[in-house]
Each structure stands twice: as structure tokens, then as C-alpha cells.
Design a protein around this ligand. Structure first.
Ligand SMILES: [Zn+2]
Ligand SMILES: [Zn+2]
Ligand SMILES: [Zn+2]
Length: 273
């Protein structure tokens, strides 16, 4: 499986509108962060988005995303779903609706935020995205692999991370429930929320994320969802070995790995969805 980081910024993106701090003025391309999203290219050719950021159009053009077979939603905050309208281009090209997998709470919010999409009375002339909303209730098959939803807490809001083989993507969280830790054993690559240094009510700080990364013990850990408080080069230089900041356009090649032993744990965690 190949993973492309489409966006590694927090909800405001970096640079921040009207900000002239050093990070926002930086010429290091790794300091330009679109809103958070991943593209997953499975070995069988299946192309999947994790979230649909407000920057989806620019991301799809820059990273040449030519098809989308499914979308995984972590949660329905604006920085993760406001690009959903743009997937209509893929509907036109491919024909048919795109399955959009998420927890019931996230799908209900998507229905409210995009009510014109789901209201049968909406005139069809302008073109609408076709989204087949699929409620996640446990591990499921996608692209020849098993996707294991990992329940997380984002402040008081339950959200989902995703594990595929020995890779896990845990954005927008500041706590990992007890039932989810067994789903994070034996990872080669972990992507984890690390907003900034200063404490926040709904995101891990860098120090908190380092502690979580050490407990999970993945072969390598990449941080995401960063604010402009974290310049890429200086922040990476201060992180422990094996941990670094992701950046927009970073690509990873991952070997498939068996997840069969995790399925029972995944089902046990299903009560948290
Ligand atoms: Zn700034
Ligand atoms: Zn969020
Ligand atoms: Zn977010």
C-alpha cells in the first residue's frame, strides 16, 4: 500500500490567513500545510481518501488523484469533510456513488452539513456529489485489506482512527480509550496528532504525542495536524529518534501485514463507536 499525505496542517492550515510569523513566512515547502487528509493506494489498485479536507481540489490536482473508490471519515469537523462536495468530479468520471465510511455520529453530521446532497427535492442541475454513507460498526474489508476502526477521544467527542496492516492513522485525538490500545500493537508506522507545544483540550501536544508514540512503540512515528507553532526543521531536530513531523506530499510504501489477530479486539472495541 502506498500512502500520500495530502495535508498535515491543523484546521486553519499553514500559513495562517494574515499571519506573518516565521513559520507562515518560511520558504521550506514542508512548512506549507493543507488541511488534514491522506490518500491510500491499495495493492489491488483501490484508491481511498481518509477525510475530505477543504483543500481537496488543490490536493487532488497537485498529487494527481485520478480516482476515488471510497472515503474513510475520522469525524465530521469542517477541516475533515468540507471537501466532500468536490468528489462529484469523481462521480462523473467513474459513474455511481462513492462509499463513505464513518461512525453513525459523523455520518449524521455529514447529512446535516450537506443537506442539499441528501434532500430528494434538491434540483439536480448544478451537479451533486453522490455519497453512499456506510456506518462503521467494526473491522471491514477494503481494497483487499482489512480496515480496523480505532475509537479515540477528541476532547469529549468520540472519533475514529484507522489501522490497516501495520499502519495506523490517529488524527484529532487527545486520549486513547483502554479498549483501543490492543488495536495498536505491533505497528511499523504510526501517524499521530501533535498539534503544538501548548496544551489543548482536544489534541495531543508534542510532549503528549511523544509519550503516546513511545507507549505504542511503532517502528517509526510521524506527527500530523500541526499548527504554525511547529516549524518543520527545528521541531524535527528536537524530536527523539524514530519520530518526525509528516509533511504534505510525503509518501510511504508499506508492506501488507496480517491483522487477523486484531479482529477480535476490533470487534470488542466496537461498543465505543
Ligand atoms: Zn503563523
Ligand atoms: Zn477535529
Ligand atoms: Zn482536525
Amino acid at each position: 500500500m502506498q500512502i500520500t499525505f495530502l495535508g498535515t496542517g491543523t484546521s486553519a492550515g499553514v500559513p495562517v490567513i494574515a499571519c506573518d510569523c516565521a513559520t507562515c513566512r518560511s520558504e521550506d515547502p514542508r512548512d506549507k500545510r493543507w488541511r488534514p487528509s491522506l490518500a491510500l493506494a491499495f495493492d489491488d489498485g483501490t484508491s481511498v481518501l481518509v477525510d475530505a479536507s477543504p483543500d481537496l481540489r488543490a490536493q487532488a490536482l497537485r498529487f494527481r488523484i485520478t480516482r476515488v473508490d471510497a472515503i474513510l471519515l475520522t469525524h465530521a469537523h469542517a477541516d475533515h469533510v468540507l471537501g466532500l462536495d468536490d468528489v462529484r468530479i469523481y462521480n462523473f468520471r467513474q459513474g455511481g456513488a462513492i462509499p463513505c465510511h464513518g461512525a453513525a455520529r459523523a455520518l449524521a453530521r455529514v447529512r446535516r452539513m450537506f443537506d442539499y446532497v441528501f434532500d430528494p427535492a434538491t434540483p439536480k442541475g448544478g451537479g451533486l456529489p453522490q455519497l453512499a454513507l456506510r456506518e462503521l460498526v467494526g473491522p471491514f474489508s477494503l481494497g483487499g485489506a482489512t480496515v480496523i476502526p480505532v475509537p479515540l477521544l477528541h476532547g469529549t467527542l468520540p472519533v475514529l482512527g484507522f489501522r490497516i496492516g501495520s499502519f495506523a492513522y490517529l488524527t484529532d485525538c487527545n486520549a486513547i480509550p483502554d479498549a483501543s490500545w490492543p488495536l495498536l500493537e505491533g505497528l511499523d508506522t504510526l501517524v499521530l496528532d501533535a498539534l503544538r507545544h501548548k496544551a489543548h483540550r482536544t489534541h495531543f501536544t508534542v510532549d503528549e504525542a511523544v509519550a503516546v508514540a513511545r507507549r505504542i512503540g511503532a517502528g517509526r512515528t510521524l506527527f500530523t495536524h500541526m499548527t504554525h507553532d511547529l516549524p518543520h526543521a527545528a521541531t524535527c531536530a528536537a524530536l527523539p529518534a524514530g519520530i518526525s513531523l509528516a509533511y504534505d506530499g510525503l509518501q510511504l510504501e508499506l508492506a501488507p501485514a496480517a491483522t487477523a489477530g486484531l479482529l477480535a479486539a476490533g470487534c470488542a472495541a466496537a461498543g465505543l463507536y
